[in-house]
Design a protein around this ligand. Sequence first.
Ligand code: C2E
Ligand code: MG
Ligand code: MG
Length: 673
Amino acid sequence: MWIRRARPRAGSTSRLFVTYAVASLVPVVALGALVLQDYRRDAAEQGRMQGLSQADVIAQMVVAPALDSSGSQNLGVDLSRRGLSAEQYDMLRESTGLAVYRGSVQHLRLRGFTGRVIFSDDGTTSVGVPVSDPDFRAAAAGESRATVITGQTQTIRVLKPLLAGATGQSVGVLEVYLPYQAIADRRDQLVMRTVKRIGGGLVALYLVLALLAWWTTRSLRRYAADQRHHALHDALTGLPNRVAYRAWAEQRLEQARRDGEHGAVVLVDLNRFKEVNDTLGHHAGDDLLCQVSERFRAGLGPRDILARLGGDEFALLLPGRSGPEAVALLEDIRERLGAEMVLDGVPLSIEASFGIALYPEHGSGVHDLKQHADMAMYQAKRGTADIVVYSGDNAAHPHQWLKVQAELRHALERDELVLHYQPKVSLPDGEVEGLEALVRWQHPERGMVPPGDFLPAAEHSGLIVPLTEWVLRRALTDQLGWTAAGQSWAVSVNVSARNLEVAGFPALVARLLAETGTPAHRLVLEVTETALAGDVATVERVIAEVAALGVGLSIDDFGAGFTSLSQLRGKPVAEIKIDRQFVKDVAHDPQSRAIVRSVIELAHGLGSRATAEGIETAEIYRWLIEAGCDEAQGYLIGRPVPWPQIDARRFAVPEEEIVTASQNVTATEGMSR
Ligand code: C2E
Ligand code: MG
Ligand code: MG
């Protein structure tokens, strides 16, 4: 399951689009209706105005000449009272008849203010607008009114004041009915044409709006999908990020719990990634991460989940895979990662440390499984195997490390650390040659805490750097103390792999030697053999620089880490300390004896001293003398204690014990032959 970019879902997009489309249709239709209504009203108004001006023309051309024909006696007199002269009547009949005949007028009436019909084109005197009609009253008061009357045909009725020509005084009301059908038809035609134009415009507008809505919806959806994708994916490799991994893993593990399915959670950390970043630059580091992601993908199945948690840390979820299957898959991936890749013209191969936690054996929740995988990965980083399955017996639990780290920081500030020293004697004479500084934490509540309980946490953080500096400074200061007391013992200080990866380490050692005025040959730095396998280039440089100062280099716990012997070649090794696990068994195990003998020989071959650690019995002590071991260290000789308590006397094993031991060992050796 990889970078599937979340696509906008078609269903929800079209739903949103339909909503937009319908929503924008409403204002468009409303706008259309409003425009149409306004237009119709304007057209009706125009019709009325036209009717009014037509009525004006009729009043002036048809009525006025007839009324004015009888001279000035008519002026200012209400028509209802005096009526028309016969001459006026005839003239009106004639001109009205002509107008009616031509079709420019339908009916025409002259009325007095009382409403009496003085003249009508058809001779009727009883019909007409009632006097109470507001239009009639307005006309009587001097205001013209036009009204469209809708019947079989449309007509405009105009009521307007009848004015006497000379004085312009109102003498009655002219009630005239004009044909409106033609005007209405023309108006309707105009309206239709306008409706078509506006309608077409509105449809086009609507289409543009709908298109915009469609485009905006799609863009919004895309944007939201992009945002979602970015929130859940790593921008560089496109892989799911920590958040997405957690969500998916929770989902898968929940399902696995329901279905009783097994699987594996894997954490992967690239080795020497920092080196690539520091030496070749960040773009090469980015390139490397992308290539690594591709190689991972190529090795995974369709159900496997790969995520980049950050930096050079990756996580896998392998549903349905058993422990051996997960290991086999990771071996394949390790091989793919190891294939040469060229970055910035530099060919290199990538190694990684893999930590595996299996479900349901090692937990069922993401948190527990990741923590256990992290512990296994930590072990892989520090140990010899680079694929480690969680076993539950790790020294310290990483989730406690945070607490330990916080406390340890304070411990350093409050000077709660102490150094105990264990003597190292030369063989066979048993003279103290040097002391090994072993750190302890005088914890205010937990008492004396051994290094195994807090060093992994310190090594996992940067704290090991100030811690080692503190140990070195204290050891060299203590050495000044025993030198002043007449002892010329060298002091051995343990340093971690992390110290050797810090470029400034040799400078620190040189500074502390100078500060305390210690000759370099009286300081020995013990490095575990696995530290040599770390960041090879840096480690080699740091070791060479430290050796150049004149400081002795000791390979600690030799044999425990299966160092490739080639890693020893060319290194200025002063001492090889044979791991306790072989030493403790030399009394009864022929293989351990063979190993210890070989290491002694190897050390001598390399020009180094061979030192055996963990000597607890006189039997072993004696055997080591016979095997040619150079130095010895162990509880038999002395336990780690504050330096003033070191017994400076020559270490001597009671004579009878040596004899018995010698006989016992010789007997077992004889049996094994
Ligand atoms: P190491 O350097 O191999 O130190 C020897 C360890 O074996 C010490 O354990 C010591 O107490 C123990 N030991 C000595 N003789 C015997 C014996 O006869 N029998 C048995 N069973 N054990 C014996 P300790 O002090 O607990 O230290 C454990 C490890 O912690 C050391 O192993 C060393 O790797 C690390 N360490 C201790 N101090 C420091 C330090 O200052 N810096 C660093 N980086 N590591 C340290
Ligand atoms: Mg040591
Ligand atoms: Mg050791």
